[in-house]
Design a protein. Sequence first.
Length: 125
Amino acid sequence: MKISLVEDEKSLLEMIQFNLELEGYDVVSYMNGLTAFNDMEKIIKTDLIVMDVMLPGMNGLELCKAIRKVSSVPIIILSAKGTTIDRVGGLKSGANDYLPKPFDLEEFILKVQILLQKNSIKTTI
């Protein structure tokens, strides 16, 4: 399964990508929201998108809304902005889940697995 990862903090991007690859996922990463937006055709063909909110070029909420206009690919937002208002805003933007940073890696991997499992069930029905 293929995952798009949009995160501007290099060390966090590398850690997330490494751990997702350990789980057997193929990960395509972007460090800029606008770059990810410009690669929309490729991103929406992945099985899951994981993105930050505070991104250079285009923020994650804008990117999430743009993706939702053309695709129902599952989206998890990871963000340092973790208030209830922030989480609700992320979900209203079209994300399927919102995990505030810092997050527990095991919880994150489980959320990835659950969303991918739900999505594969939908596509097989």
